[in-house]
Design a protein around this ligand. Structure first.
Ligand SMILES: *Cc1c(COP(=O)(O)O)cnc(C)c1O
Length: 389
């Protein structure tokens, strides 16, 4: 059997994969089983921050593999401590907890919010307000946090303790906070899976005010928006927010599984011995990869992300067959006249890999994508969107 046949025979059918087998990659170019090359505008869903096989990243990861690959969390190890320090110094957060994925990072944030509610107001203050159309992960509890019924229907009963408010509707959040015993408000500053929809500044300002007034936590899910993706180190920095808890994963370790939950002043000391744990969390190889990535997310890189973002927006928003371009930095959603799935298919035929999010075409290229490749990809996307409409 070839790869596709084995996959279909032996792997549970949860993914509807594109008909492409990737055999190798370099930077923002990937090659399929027939030797056809593609410009990669998805970066493994915002994971390959510096593209494929980035030299510096490989060096850092290889070096750590040759020293020790795992220790368990029963012992101290430098890559994990060094990364925690780097994250805190760069973000201003106070402490972190390491896990392996976005969902786990959010699970930890939810645990901390519940404990905070109990300490501050009592055991029944555990409700978390999340937004409709959000996405927070695939575990039962992070699915419960996800404000989209389609994700719930096959797996009821869901974890209780979540209520959903309308994004960009302050009244809706206020009503949710007034009519429930609330510990936290949890949100993405740009709803990624929900269609690359940024929150409005007036809305996040209001969240900040409500949280301060009611002493409830703000939890920013930066799993997708984090690590330079939006043109700032973390997406909330575009909004002047000071969240109490920040979670991230995807692009953090440049292609290795690593999740982190960061705590601000109010939450830094909530977790105590035995209250959370993870066998692989803070794995030294993943942390070495993350140190290589995070140390290079600086003002220069962020400025180039913003500049590339402006270029894409400028070019595409004047394109035929394109109704709108939304998003921040190199996290962009394109509303097209054609069905987004058709656009993906036709782009693929022309050698460009793009993603979808709801009814949008979604772009999440590597942050260091070569300008020439980017221009070529944008030109092809524009052509595809205009063709035959
Ligand atoms: C991808 C994503 C998650 C889930 O991350 P996993 O690593 O797949 O568990 C959670 N929140 C947001 C905003 C995401 O984009």
């Amino acid at each position: 059997m070839n790869t596709k046949q084995k996959d279909k025979t032996y792997i549970a059918a949860t993914y509807s994969r594109f008909p492409v087998e990737i055999v190798k990659g370099k930077g923002s170019t990937v090659t399929d089983e027939n030797g056809k090359k593609y410009i990669d505008m998805g970066a493994g869903i915002a994971v390959n921050t510096f593209g494929l096989c980035d030299k510096e990243w490989i060096k850092a990861v290889k070096k750590q593999i040759g020293v020790f690959q795992h220790t368990s969390n029963l012992y101290y190890q430098a890559p994990c401590a060094d990364l925690a320090e780097m994250i805190c110094l760069k973000s201003g957060m106070k402490k972190v907890f390491f896990s392996n994925s976005g969902a786990e990072a959010n699970e930890c944030a939810i645990k901390v919010a519940r404990k905070y509610g109990e300490i501050k107001k009592g055991k029944d203050f555990y409700t978390i307000v999340t937004l409709k159309n959000s996405f927070h992960g695939r575990t039962i509890t992070t699915l419960s946090a996800t404000g989209q019924d389609v994700f719930h229907k096959d797996f009821t009963p869901m974890t209780e303790g979540f209520v959903y408010a309308e994004a960009n509707d302050v009244g809706s959040v206020k009503r949710a906070v007034e009519s429930n015993k609330v510990a936290a408000i949890m949100f993405e500053v740009v709803q990624g899976e929900g269609g690359v929809i940024p929150l409005e500044k007036e809305f996040t300002d209001a969240l900040k005010e409500i949280a301060e007034k009611e002493d409830i936590l703000l939890i920013c899910d930066e799993v997708q928006t984090g690590n330079g993706r939006t043109g700032e180190l973390y997406g909330y920095m575009n909004y002047g927010l000071n969240p109490d808890v920040v979670t991230t994963a995807k692009g953090l370790a440049g292609g290795l599984p690593l999740g982190v939950t960061m705590f601000g002043g109010k939450t830094a000391d909530i977790l105590g011995p035995g209250m959370n744990g993870s066998t692989f969390g803070g794995n030294p190889v993943a942390c070495a990869g993350a140190l290589s990535i995070l140390s290079r997310i600086d003002d220069n890189l962020c400025n180039s992300v913003k500049e590339k973002s402006e270029f894409i927006k400028r070019e595409l928003s004047k394109g035929e067959g394109i109704k709108s371009v939304t998003g921040l930095g190199l996290m962009l959603g394109i509303e097209t006249v054609k069905d987004s799935k058709t656009v993906v298919k036709e782009c693929m035929e022309k050698g460009v890999l793009v993603l979808t999010a709801k009814n949008k075409v979604r772009l999440l290229p590597a942050l260091n994508i070569d300008r020439e490749l980017l221009e070529k990809a944008v030109k092809i996307i524009k052509e595809v969107c205009a063709e035959g409409i």
